[in-house]
Design a protein around this ligand. Structure first.
Ligand code: DGL
Length: 259
C-alpha cells in the first residue's frame, strides 16, 4: 500500500502548483496527476456538475490504486469534498483559500481574495470567511477569464496583465495588505501580481499547507513510501499536452488521456 501513488486532480493545469509543493516535501512518493482541462473552467459551473466531474476524476485515480487523493482545486474542494469523503473509502486532502492567516495578520483590516465564482459562492467559503474574517473588510474578486488564459498557454500575455490590473484596482483602493490566491492556477501569476501590487501587499496561497497536511495524513495512516525503488510521477491531461509540459518543465512527460 505505501508505495501506491498519491492521486492529484484539478480542473486543469493549475493543480501542478500544488503537485510541485507535494513533490518538494515528499520526493519519495509516487504520484499521478489528472488535469481535466477538457472541462475547465470548473469555476463557472454549478455545484452538481462540479461534484459529478470530481467523482469521475476520483474513480479514475482509484482505478489506478491511489492511496490518498489530493483535490488540488479550490472550486472542487469547496463544492464537492464533503460528498467525496462520504462516498469513497480513501483519505482526501482539499484546498481552500487561506483567508484565516490573512484575516489574523492584516494591519490595514482589509484583505483581497481572488478566486473563481464557484469558490466564492460556495457554502464552505462563506462559512470559513464568516468564522475568521467577519471583523475586517474582504474584497472578493472573481478571476473571470484567468483560468481560460492559462489553459490556452497565455500565462505571460498582455491580456492577462490587463485582466489582473482591473481585478486588483478595487483591492488597492481598499488598501489591502494581503492578497489571498483562492485558485490553484493563480500561483503561476505571482511574478505578474508582484509587479502590479504595491510593495507592502503580501500574497498568500495554500499550497505549502496542503503538502504538509498530505504528509501528516500519510503518516497518520502509516503509508509514507519507504520503498527504495525508482519514484514514478505520471501526468495525464485530456487537454493540451504542451501547455502542461511547459508549466512542469522538461524533466517530466505529460500523456494525453481521454477521461
Ligand atoms: N484550479 C481551480 C481552482 O483551484 C480552477 C477552477 C476552474 O477551473 O475554474 O479553483
Amino acid at each position: 500500500m505505501s508505495n501506491n501513488p498519491i492521486g492529484i486532480f484539478d480542473s486543469g493545469v493549475g493543480g501542478t502548483s500544488i503537485w510541485k509543493e507535494i513533490h518538494q516535501l515528499l520526493p519519495n512518493e509516487n504520484t499521478i496527476y489528472l488535469a481535466d482541462s477538457l472541462n475547465a473552467p470548473y469555476g463557472s459551473k454549478g455545484s452538481e456538475v462540479i461534484t459529478e466531474l470530481s467523482i469521475k476524476n476520483t474513480e479514475l485515480l482509484l482505478s489506478k490504486n491511489c492511496k490518498l487523493i489530493v483535490v488540488a482545486c479550490n472550486t472542487a474542494t469547496t463544492n464537492a469534498i464533503d460528498y467525496l469523503r462520504k462516498n469513497f473509502d480513501v483519505p482526501f486532502i482539499g484546498i481552500e483559500p487561506a483567508i484565516k492567516p490573512a484575516a489574523l495578520n492584516t494591519k490595514t483590516n482589509a484583505v483581497g481574495i481572488l478566486a473563481t465564482k464557484g469558490t466564492l459562492t460556495s457554502a464552505l467559503f462563506s462559512k470559513t470567511s464568516g468564522m475568521f474574517a467577519s471583523h475586517i473588510k474582504v474584497v472578493e474578486q472573481v478571476g473571470e477569464g484567468i483560468v481560460e488564459l492559462i489553459e490556452s498557454g497565455k500565462l505571460h500575455s498582455d491580456e492577462m496583465k490587463g485582466l489582473l490590473s482591473e481585478y486588483l484596482k478595487p483591492m488597492i483602493s481598499a488598501n489591502i495588505d494581503y492578497l489571498v490566491l483562492g485558485c490553484t492556477h493563480y500561483p503561476y501569476l505571482i511574478p505578474m501580481l508582484i509587479e502590479l501590487l504595491p510593495n507592502h501587499v503580501k500574497i498568500i496561497d495554500s499550497g505549502e499547507a496542503v503538502a504538509r497536511q498530505t504528509k501528516a495524513i500519510l503518516e497518520q495512516h502509516n503509508v509514507l513510501n519507504t520503498s527504495i525503488s525508482k519514484v514514478k510521477n505520471e501526468f495525464f491531461t485530456n487537454g493540451n499536452v504542451d501547455v502542461m509540459a511547459t508549466l512542469l518543465g522538461s524533466k517530466f512527460d505529460v500523456e494525453y488521456l481521454e477521461f
